[in-house]
Design a protein around this ligand. Structure first.
Ligand code: C2O
Ligand code: CU
Length: 461
């Protein structure tokens, strides 16, 4: 991880500040960062072949941002691209104006302009940030990074706490981002843009240094545009899932973990002495994604608290407001016509002339399409039906929802998530309490699907 060491030494400094008794809010620590979106050339491996990307601070992933729960994050964002851009703080239960959705929560940051994001982080966990203007292109070109918020009883530990950011890039034979395929209707109508080169923390099969014995925490994040990734460890070593999409969960053990685009899963491995490899297994073969290298164990030991509560408990849905969202469209789907900008049109016409392919409740989505209005305090069940031939990673901005997840094997598991992977035909209630006011996007995180109509706005006031 680029700049990792610098971050750790900075955090050690701030830790001593936090240890002081804080009685008044005025003492709240502000973590200041600067992010500049820029074109840059990087190499994914030591062969030195360079790829031209769009990155934050010329690194892939972008700089790792860190904070402690209760602090304020302030990011001065400068756009040095030739295109407008914004930053979305994925998974943060944010202040609406800081959510980074162009034309909904802010004006896009134009080339040469600067915009300062400033918001408190009240939840601990693994989050990420990414461009939200034409994200199907900007994220594909590299505009994303991770954000870790640690809890009061946690420390920044570079031997036992590891971020693993996965991405699949679509590269051509010259090893460059394949740009002619950006916007391809084939991708937009099928499973989205799938890459052919997997990186972990911006490298092909990197060596990850970690403690040589005892517990380690791996924070897995899928930053791909559309590919659902699955990971396992050498010898199918068990991993204990302790947190999904930032929020702690009742720990459970798995040998393989599936992570849809934008999702995060934090796992604990009890004895990292046995750990040597991370495999990506979604294709049915074991692809060596990363290697783990032991370094000297930490002098002071600490272990992960496995008894943390989710951000908020499961809700009683007896009086919930139910809103149905019927997802249709795409290749091999059952959508013949849909409403777009007030006009009912055939899917073929919409695809050919406007690159629109998906609909919610018969209407092509967009930042100007309202899905529901809720009052503050409402308990809500979004009853979502994936009536398409494709899986979709459904993401809700600004809050986490409870879902009886089918993502971890046969048995349903109630999890608090911000992104849920829905299989074709699946119907699920996404349950939340409407306590964060504002205009919030609900969309598919297969970013091509979002651009092609799979998204809309939920208002809470
Ligand atoms: Cu991570 Cu609207 O997205
Ligand atoms: Cu989708």
């Amino acid at each position: 991880m680029i700049n990792r060491r610098t971050f750790f030494s900075q955090s050690a400094l701030s830790l001593s500040l936090i240890a002081l008794p804080t009685l008044v809010q005025a003492s709240t620590v502000t973590r200041r960062y600067q992010l500049a979106a820029d074109k840059s050339n990087v190499s994914f491996d030591d062969k030195g072949e360079e790829t031209s990307l769009w990155l934050y601070n010329k690194t892939t992933p972008g700089p790792l941002l860190k904070a402690r729960r209760g602090e304020i994050i302030e990011v001065e964002f400068t756009n040095r691209l030739d295109h407008p851009s914004t930053i979305h703080w994925h998974g943060i239960r944010n202040i609406n104006e800081m959510d980074g959705v162009p034309d909904l929560t802010q004006a896009a940051v134009e080339p040469g302009e600067t915009f300062t994001y400033r918001f408190p982080v009240n939840d601990a966990g693994t989050f990420w940030y990414h461009a939200h203007h034409k994200s199907w292109e900007q994220v594909a070109r590299g505009l994303y990074g991770a954000l870790i918020v640690i809890d009061d009883d946690e420390i920044f530990d570079n031997e036992r706490d590891h971020l693993i950011v996965a991405d699949d890039w679509l590269l051509n034979e010259e090893f460059q981002i394949d740009t002619p395929s950006l916007g391809s209707l084939g991708h937009w109508s099928h499973g989205g843009r799938l890459g052919n080169a997997l990186t972990i923390n911006g490298s092909f099969s990197p060596n990850i240094e970690m403690a040589s014995q005892g517990q380690v925490r791996l924070r897995l994040l899928n930053a791909a545009n559309a590919r659902v990734l699955s990971f396992s460890l050498n010898n199918r070593l068990p991993m204990k899932v302790i947190s999904v999409d930032g929020s702690p969960c009742q720990p459970f053990e798995v040998e393989e973990v599936t992570i849809a685009p934008a999702q995060r899963v934090d796992v604990v491995v009890e004895d990292c002495g046995k750990l040597s490899k991370l495999f990506e297994v979604s294709t049915g073969t074991q692809f060596e994604a990363a290697r783990f290298n032991p370094i000297k164990p930490h002098a002071t030991r600490h272990s992960v608290n496995l008894n943390k509560e989710p951000y908020y408990p499961m809700l009683d849905t007896t009086n919930a407001r139910v809103v149905e969202i019927h997802m249709q469209g795409g290749a091999m789907g059952n959508l013949a016509t849909a409403l777009f900008e007030g006009e009912e049109r055939s899917l073929r016409d919409l695809a050919m002339n406007d690159s629109k392919l998906w609909a919610f409740n018969g209407q092509v989505g967009g930042y100007d399409v309202s899905l529901a209005d809720f009052n503050l305090g409402d308990i809500v069940a979004l009853r979502v039906w994936n009536d398409t031939a494709w899986p979709h990673a459904m993401h809700f901005h600004g809050q986490h929802f409870w879902v009886k997840s089918g993502e971890f094997g046969q048995e349903e598991k109630a999890l608090l998530r911000d992104t849920y992977l829905m299989q074709p035909g699946e119907k699920k209630d996404l349950v939340f309490i409407a306590e964060n006011p504002g205009l919030w996007l609900f969309h598919c995180h297969m970013l091509e699907h979002h651009a092609a109509g799979m998204g809309g706005v939920i208002s809470i006031s």
